[in-house]
Design a protein around this ligand. Structure first.
Ligand code: CAP
Ligand code: MG
Length: 429
């Protein structure tokens, strides 16, 4: 059984340490076997095409041919090992054009999902990885153990730059560590980026002075690349330490380019994953969040949204999200064996700090921490600004919730002596 000139299935093949190994979940159309699909996947993503060609020669095949070495008919999982020489090592777009490219359009595959990738050492080493990682972020914010807590200024869009800065200030003095722009707030007629950043960083300085605590602002620099660069420079100039990027809507190439900018400016990157659902949501098709998270790590994201382990408003399962956290943070978070992950050796690359966000209120904090551990950022937008007594009280309730969690005092009990938390109970139960 061949695709073009070669045969790609070899169940006896043992992947080499220099192979890039991909796990796909595939559902063939009726009448097509998994073996046949493997031939098509491996061939079309590398050196093959639909027919024999005269320009192929044995040297090419010998050097560059991938091997489909694992076929699990029960789970519809297959694994293909690609020699690293097939790829330009630091070109993520190029790598994905192979292993996540044409194959999605092939007639014979009704559904196809890229579940996991293991990158070989030479490819891992060709990427920068996070500049700060978990330790660097904790050092920046001067908090050693507890989860970091933050908010997203709400409404998502609509406030003026001045109103935005005021909401941020209230959030910080109320007790939060971090304030973030929303993913769809860029530079609008009613809220200019440059003005917003200047005013909000001034508000941060004021909040730091008044509280004696370190406060962090995550301005959303998402834009076309040259403009993003300008925005990152403005953040630096005004004393910011982190920039937020919608990593999927800007594209991997832009993320890679902005990582070079943040290296020079010594800024950390907060990765928002808006649009990931288009790729990750169908359990049988698309690209898993685990893969997106691994790519984000290679390209240098310091903190990344991975969901709330099914606790908040967004679709997602605890087992899958914990597996992602396990992989990007290298912590002893219990991973889900059912996912059949390909563990990645990161060769010393810094870990990403996971972000739990989406439909969170102070009342869910202890559950999230119990499930996801201490090395996370917990963010609440509606859960802060929707507090019956407003933003500042909402921020305080978040802090009280984290205090009670760290002290291992049940939330309800802690609320008896902490009025903002008690008020949160009156609204969210
Ligand atoms: C949260 C949020 C985040 C989501 C994204 C929002 O607001 O700002 O963008 O968390 O989801 O707009 O929904 P709320 P994820 O706290 O008001 O829900 O982190 O899963 O990518
Ligand atoms: Mg948002």
């Amino acid at each position: 059984m061949i695709y073009g000139n070669c045969e790609f299935v070899d169940k006896k093949y043992k992947p080499k340490s220099t192979d890039l190994v991909v796990m796909y979940r595939v559902e063939p159309i009726k009448g097509i076997s998994l073996e046949r699909i493997c031939e098509l996947l491996a061939g079309e993503s590398s050196i093959g095409t639909w027919t024999k060609i005269s320009t192929m020669n044995p040297t090419i095949a010998k050097k560059l041919k991938p091997h489909a070495f694992y076929i699990n008919k029960k789970k519809n999982l297959v694994k293909i090992a690609y020699p690293e020489k097939l790829f330009e090592k630091n070109n993520m777009s190029g790598i994905l054009s192979s292993i996540a490219g044409n194959i999605y359009g092939m007639k014979e595959a009704k559904k196809l999902r890229l579940e996991d990738i293991t990158f070989p050492k030479n490819i891992v080493k060709a990427f920068p990885g996070p500049q700060f990682g978990i330790k660097g972020i904790r050092k920046l914010i001067k908090i050693k153990k507890r989860p970091l807590i933050g908010t997203i200024v709400k409404p998502k869009v609509g406030l003026t730059a001045k109103q935005h800065a005021k909401v941020a200030y209230e959030s910080w003095v109320g007790g939060l560590d971090i304030v973030k722009d929303d993913e769809n707030l860029t530079s609008m007629e009613f809220n200019n980026f440059y003005k917003r950043i200047t005013l909000t960083l001034k508000a941060r300085d004021k909040a730091e002075k008044e509280t004696g605590e370190k406060k962090i602002y995550l301005p959303n620099i998402t834009a076309e690349y040259e403009e993003m660069k300008k925005r990152a420079e403005h953040v630096k100039k005004k004393g910011g330490e982190v920039v937020m990027v919608d990593i999927l809507t800007v594209g991997w190439s832009s993320l890679a380019a902005i990582r070079n900018v943040t290296k020079k400016l010594k800024l950390a990157i907060h990765g928002h994953r808006a649009m990931h659902g288009a790729l990750t949501r169908d359990p049988k098709h698309g690209i898993s969040m685990l893969v997106l998270a691994k790519i984000s790590r290679l390209l240098g994201t310091d903190q990344l949204h991975i969901g709330t382990a099914g606790i908040g408003k967004m679709h997602g399962s605890a087992s899958e999200e914990l597996s992602i956290e396990y992989e990007i943070e290298q912590q002893k978070i219990k991973a889900n064996p059912k996912l059949n992950r390909l563990e990645q050796d990161w060769y010393g690359m810094k870990p990403i700090l996971a972000v739990a966000s989406g439909g969170v209120s102070p009342l869910q904090i202890s559950k999230i921490v119990k499930t996801m551990g201490n090395d996370i950022i917990i963010q609440a937008g509606g859960g802060v600004h929707g507090h019956p007594n407003g933003t500042r009280a909402g921020a305080t309730a978040m802090l009280q919730a984290i205090e009670s969690t760290m002290k291992k005092i049940p939330l309800k009990q802690y609320a008896k002596t902490h009025k903002e938390l008690e008020q949160a109970f009156s609204k969210w139960k």
